[in-house]
Design a protein around this ligand. Structure first.
Ligand code: FAD
Ligand code: EPU
Length: 303
């Protein structure tokens, strides 16, 4: 297990925002997971699990938190690629460590002709974060593919869940049903359908083209700030309420897609949490005033 003091979160989030945590704990194997509780007691601070940092809006300054960040595969260092576990009539079961970059899993699926997550092409972050957020796009989402999870909770330690009744998910939501103060996904077994590499590549290419045409994927963002309300789209509501392009300090709502808050890192103005939050709450207020809909944030705000 590696422990680093005072990690800077603006270097670990795609929005390039966030102050310093007390420490960062990097469990590298199963034994490390067994002593996670002890490590957290030693460092102090409220535990926060960090994946690729692509869905986070983090406060500035010295934060009373300790970051737990699963290493590459989240299990053992040599599991840098997904592992095919079993092939049945249902499909191919694939194990991926929590710390594996999602794009690496998708590239491997394309190479092996495994279908199920093509729509996620272009989403940054890691496998653990994709499960924890039930990341989705273009008709695909992560949680429905999960068949087994290796997890850690402070209450039960490292254990394995093998039945879908042990977790709960919905649109951009995932939780364990057992009582726990927090949980760490260590690995996930995901069920894919076997097709051909050509077919998987074609769908990924098409979905990625739609994504890059409609979302500011090359800028510093945290993806969509708000969840879509039932039957509507936060982006449409934000644009109609006049929030598109709205700016404060180094942040603005993208002109390409109003639900993406962009950190203009070259503006010469330091990007501060208060400016980002001002825009988020102001946009929420504008949509509520115009449409009577209170948008709910999709991004996770730390601490
Ligand atoms: P993080 O941002 O690090 O963490 C997010 C949450 O998951 C936190 O609560 C964290 O504690 C928890 N978490 C992370 N890892 C674990 C773990 N191992 N165990 C338990 N909890 C964990 N999202 C979509 O759904 N669809 C999209 O189309 C999409 N497009 C995006 C495009 C861009 C350009 C960007 C920047 C983001 C986009 N996102 C999208 C948002 C984001 O990429 C996803 O939510 C992603 O799955 C988050 O993964 P992460 O590893 O970065 O998680
Ligand atoms: N729209 C506007 N103005 C905008 C943006 C969008 O009017 O500035 C309109 C579009 O014209 C379209 C509708 O809103 O009619 C929907 O837009 P889009 O197709 O871009 O989809 P979305 O609902 O905004 C969702 C997800 C994305 C995901 C895409 C593709 C949420 C909050 N967003 O976007 O996920 O990539 O569908 O499936 O669910 C994320 O969660 O971070 C994310 C990026």
């Amino acid at each position: 297990m590696r422990i680093r003091e005072k990690p800077l979160l603006s270097e670990r989030t795609t929005l390039r925002l966030g102050g310093t945590a007390i420490a960062e704990i990097i469990p590298e194997n199963d034994d490390d997971c067994l002593s996670l509780g002890e490590a957290v007691l030693k460092t102090g601070g409220t535990p926060h699990i960090l994946g690729g940092g692509s869905n986070l809006v983090v406060r500035d300054g010295e934060l009373p938190v300790v970051i737990i960040r699963p290493s590459l595969a989240g299990r053992s260092a040599d599991h840098s690629l997904p592992i095919p576990v079993e092939e049945t009539e249902e499909g191919v079961l694939v194990r991926a460590g929590a710390g594996m970059p999602l794009p690496r899993l998708l590239a491997w699926c394309a190479k092996n002709g495994l279908s199920g997550l093509e729509g996620l092409a272009g989403i940054p972050g890691q496998v653990g974060g994709a499960v924890a957020m039930n990341a989705g796009a273009f008709g695909c989402s992560t949680a429905p593919l999960v068949r087994k999870l290796e997890v850690y909770t402070p209450e039960r330690g490292a254990h394995t869940l093998t039945d879908a009744s042990e977790w709960d998910f919905s649109y951009r939501h995932f939780a364990l049903r057992e009582e726990c103060s927090w949980f760490l996904v260590r690995s996930a077994d995901l069920l894919f359908k076997k097709t051909s590499p050509e077919q998987v590549r074609k769908t990924m290419k098409e979905d990625l083209a739609r994504k890059t045409a409609s979302q500011p994927v090359r800028y510093a963002t945290a993806g969509c700030i708000f969840k879509n309300p039932p039957g509507d789209h936060a982006g449409r509501l934000l644009e109609a309420a006049g929030a598109k392009g709205m700016r404060k300090g180094a942040f603005y709502f993208s002109l390409l897609h109003a639900n993406f808050l962009v950190h203009d890192t070259k503006s010469g103005v330091p990007g501060v949490f208060d400016d980002a939050m001002f825009l988020i709450t102001e946009a929420q207020r504008m949509v509520n005033e115009r449409f009577g809909i209170m948008l709910e944030t999709e991004v996770i705000i730390w601490p």
